[in-house]
Design a binder for this molecule. Structure first.
Ligand code: ADP
Ligand code: MG
Length: 667
């Protein structure tokens, strides 16, 4: 049903809703709150603590005009409650200027209490209308742009009256497993009777969403041709001889993975495999051995990397490992003529192994005899790209590698169409990275330490979180770079961020590797696979904003050589939960344990790129037992497919879901 069929949705409002990825009435009722305001728990500003999230009834007395600090716009309002004066501040929301008027309001947001001066940071607010009685729990939605909470609530409550909500789970199974009604759950999530009812409804909705998701992946898998078209003639003996090319014996985990691949390529079934392993577990050697199996059998192979920097690094490695074969390199940085020549050589079958970024996925790259495809750090590729990949040749064997360990529950969903091989161990003699949280008052000491260490030939990374952030408080990477330069004038700093051209990034990385710089100040672009053995210090700003897995990845950039390495975590906003999470990181070096912990603490959204995650797992908040919901959904989906129940309904719902997450990228 079209959004404009609702009374309160004008064309302007429709556009606002579109920005939240809401395109029809169905997606409107499935736009879930991120929190609830309990109107019975209003507080007095006298009682609030720093970093509390508080609901305050007060009078707005004045609003300042929009101001700037650096590139950040902000607005401030003066508030009063029983004679106590305090303020509210909003960063980068200049449009609020016209909306804030003198009067009575409810404000809800994070409290900053500095030296007794109370400020609410980016609070949501609601005029306190005497005539309008607000019920106990008020939903708060994730919003962007000019839409207000109240307007969205109105739209949703109208939508709930007209939209007929049906579950994709076959009725028979709903009965058998005593699932409650989906439409009642959706109604309750928007207008709950109690906190208890929120939890119960969130659970029912989560089961529904996971059910559709898991079914979608299953359907996609079902469409693929699974029969092997190319026979590999490589023998176990060949593989054993090849392995002596590495300067080290494989670990047990690596050998098992090689064996799994060998069995697969010599079986009648096409390979579609995920190779999981923590940073530094040596996935590359396994992938190279897989490539060997293909080229030795007379076929072509391709090795895809997520960034130009890594593609170049891997091309060099391939050339070294396969001196008797022809290795080609295709990158966006090549001239048109060079690209054409590489493509022609690939098409004629003169190139045995092609290395490159996703540019290799473009339509005009044709292979003469492609059999094996390695996709490194696959989580940087979207779900849809993975499918293009396996269509590059008939019955291509695909090995995707992920360094972000994913909890089993989530891999069931994302990689439901893949076999999973895990490397559980790591090469010995690696040193553990010492991890510590650095309090503000020790920041100067830390810089001084880094000055000394870099003077003695060590190298360091400084990482800050994404440039775009609505809180406007994130130290932007460029500012940080300038600040560090002025504070440590004898240290040579380089700057690296995602908005730079790939070529420029590659140049900076290689200069850093050659020690032309001591420190690299960067955004998370450095997270993926970069290997600089002399870097021994990793400093992470606003560490509380990252997921544990991501922090673990970043930490994995150091501790690669024989020197003792350090990871320093700086915290912008010290909340209890953030400190708890960071202490987990300090005591755990196992990426899989961290991933499970992340799922427990932050929910599934942490594993997804931000672009679409609002439409995805993060949309279900208030879930006490996400893992259980996933297992229940999996069981239901298995049974529905086995017994052929509700085929058409499931297909429709699943494809709709798949459309909406095509571009989802795992973090
Ligand atoms: P990742 O799994 O993170 O991709 P890499 O494949 O980049 O890890 O390997 C990390 C480092 O460990 C590389 O320098 C590689 O040469 C080395 N390495 C890989 N396997 C072994 C092994 N079995 N013994 C010792 N070193 C190894
Ligand atoms: Mg790697």
């Amino acid at each position: 049903m079209k959004l404009t069929s609702l009374r309160s949705v004008t064309e302007k409002r429709e556009k606002e809703l579109n920005k939240l990825n809401i395109f029809d009435v169905e997606s409107l009722v499935r736009y879930y709150p991120r929190a609830y305001l309990d109107l019975t728990s209003r507080v007095s500003v006298r009682d609030v603590f720093h970093n509390d999230t508080a609901l305050v009834a007060c009078r707005l007395t004045a609003v300042e005009p929009v101001r700037y600090t650096g590139r950040v716009k902000y607005i401030r309002a003066f508030l009063e409650q029983n004679g106590d004066v305090f303020t509210a501040i909003w960063f980068n929301m200049p449009y609020l200027a016209t909306r804030l008027k003198e009067g009575e309001y409810l404000f809800y947001g994070r409290v900053q209490n500095k030296y007794g001066q109370v400020t609410l940071v980016n609070p949501t607010f609601e005029p306190l209308d005497k005539n309008r009685r607000l019920k106990g729990l008020i939903p708060v939605y994730p919003l962007r742009g000019t839409l207000t909470q109240r307007a969205l609530r109105d739209c949703i409550s109208q939508a709930l009256k007209v939209e007929k909500i049906t579950s994709a789970i076959p009725e028979e199974l709903q009965k058998k497993y005593r699932l409650s009604s989906l439409s009642e759950a959706i109604f309750q999530i928007h207008a709950p009777d109690s906190q208890k009812s929120v939890e119960k409804s969130a659970e029912r909705i989560a089961i529904e969403e996971y059910f559709t998701l898991i079914s979608a992946f299953r359907l996609i898998k079902g469409d693929k041709n699974e029969a092997r078209l190319r026979k590999y003639s490589v023998t176990r003996e060949d593989v054993r001889t090849f392995l002596t090319r590495f300067p080290f014996p494989l670990t047990k985990g690596q050998s098992d993975a090689v064996e799994a691949i060998y069995q697969n390529v010599t079986s009648p079934v096409r390979m579609n495999r995920l190779l999981q392993g923590d940073v530094g577990s040596g996935k590359t050697a396994v992938a190279l051995t897989g490539i060997f199996m293909a080229v030795k059998s007379g076929y072509q192979a391709v090795y895809l990397s997520p960034t130009e920097v890594l593609a170049a690094q891997n091309a060099a490695l391939l050339q070294k490992t396969f001196p008797e074969y022809k290795v080609g390199y295709l990158s966006g940085a090549l001239s048109a003529k060079e690209k054409r020549e590489v493509k022609q050589a690939v098409a004629r079958g003169e190139i045995d192994v092609l290395c490159g970024t996703h540019a290799v996925l473009q339509g005009d790259v044709l292979f003469s005899n492609l059999a094996f495809c390695v996709c490194d750090e696959q989580h940087r590729f979207g779900v849809a790209q993975r499918n293009i990949l396996s269509e590059k040749g008939d019955g291509v064997d695909v090995l995707v590698m992920s360094a972000t360990p994913i909890p089993r529950t989530l891999s069931l969903i994302f990689y439901g169409d893949l076999d999973v091989t895990t490397i559980p161990d790591k090469p010995k003699m690696r040193q553990e990275v010492s991890t510590s949280v650095i309090p503000q008052y020790k920041y100067d000491d830390m810089l001084e330490y880094i000055r000394k260490e870099t003077g003695a030939g060590k190298q360091a990374y400084f990482v800050c979180s994404k440039i775009d952030d609505d809180e406007g408080q994130v130290t932007s990477v460029t500012e940080l770079y300038e600040e560090l330069q002025s504070r440590l004038p004898t240290v040579r700093f380089a700057l690296l961020h995602g908005r730079m051209k790939e070529k420029e990034k590659a140049e900076i990385m290689s200069s850093f590797k050659k020690k032309e710089y001591d420190c690299l100040v960067a955004t998370t672009v450095i997270e993926v696979g970069i290997d600089v053995p002399d870097a021994t210090i990793m400093v992470i700003y606003n560490a509380e904003r990252f997921g544990l897995s991501q922090l673990h990845q970043l930490r994995g950039r150091v501790g690669r050589g024989s020197e003792k390495s350090y990871c320093f975590l700086l915290v912008g906003t010290e909340t209890e939960s953030a400190m708890e999470r960071l202490s987990v990181l300090k005591h755990t070096t196992d990426g899989f344990r961290l991933a499970e912990k992340d799922l427990e603490l932050r929910g599934g959204g942490d594993f997804l790129g931000t672009r679409q995650s609002g439409r995805f797992l993060t949309e279900i908040k208030n879930l006490k037992y996400p893992t259980e919901c996933i297992f229940t959904a999996k069981k239901l989906s298995d049974e529905a497919f086995e017994r052929g129940l509700g085929r058409e309904e499931i297909r429709i719902a699943a494809m709709k879901k798949y459309e909406s997450l095509k571009d989802v990228v795992l973090n």
